[in-house]
Design a protein around this ligand. Structure first.
Ligand code: DC
Length: 227
């Protein structure tokens, strides 16, 4: 039997640098990228636009089941995401949508509705999957699992710079509190909590540059996949 599609999972808390690293690793390897957080953000945004109450589980499950989304790339290489035909790449990156994503991510019906959609990203020549439960739930037999983390202070600082760079409003003290609250919710939910898979390699990026993290992940990938 042919080897299954090679999968590299990168899980970790908000602001650990997963998103940037996953994108750059996928680019370097020429593999597909699954940004699973974007799916949870899209469900939160679609629910908000439909006027659903934040705790409406069956309503958000239906939204997740019917999610009409398209991923693409702008001519400058930036991401483009359409929700029901409308470009929402910026709208899904706000802190408000991130907070909503963390809330809908705690709903079992939403997670179940997104499971097969996420697994469908596993296609040749390979997949880099970024999220909270990629190595534990969505792709438990992935051949390389990385858990990327950093101190809470460093993650708040990175998030602050990221938002500022995008021209979005940001306040460092408020971000630190939000990150602590989001960590608590993502790690303590009963279903698919944020935690390293038993067979994950832990990479602590607190005092590493993005380039150093990228080099480390590529080194692990080369060794594991024989690239
Ligand atoms: O990675 P991100 O910041 O875009 O994710 C936003 C929220 O979505 C995160 O706080 C929790 C939820 N999420 C999840 O529950 N499971 C995932 N695999 C990815 C994100």
């Amino acid at each position: 039997m042919a080897d299954p599609t090679p999968i590299l999972t990168i899980d970790g808390p908000s602001g650990s640098g997963k998103g940037t690293i996953a994108r750059r690793v996928a680019d370097q390897l020429g593999w597909h990228l699954l940004d699973s957080g974007a799916l949870y953000r899209l469900v939160a945004l679609a629910g908000l636009r439909k006027g659903l109450a934040q705790d409406d589980q069956s309503g958000h499950q239906r939204v997740a089941e019917q999610l009409d989304v398209r991923f693409g790339l702008a001519s400058d290489g930036g991401e483009q995401i359409w929700l029901e035909g409308e470009e929402v790449s910026r709208a899904i990156r706000t802190e408000q949508t991130g907070e909503g994503a963390s809330q809908v991510g705690a709903m079992p019906g939403v997670r179940a509705a997104l499971l097969e959609r996420q697994r469908a990203f596993a296609q040749a020549p390979g997949l880099v999957a970024d999220g909270r439960d990629m190595g534990t739930v969505v792709f438990p037999s992935a051949r390389l699992k990385i858990y990327l983390t950093a101190s809470a202070e460093e993650r708040a600082r990175r998030r602050y710079n990221q938002l500022k760079d995008k021209g979005l409003d940001a306040n460092l003290a408020a971000l630190s509190l939000d990150i602590a609250e989001r960590d608590r919710r993502d790690a303590s939910r009963p279903i698919a909590p944020l935690k390293p898979a038993d067979d994950a390699q832990i990479v602590d990026s607190t005092s590493m540059t993005i380039d150093a993290v990228l080099a480390r992940v590529l080194e692990l990938a080369a060794a594991r996949f024989g690239l």
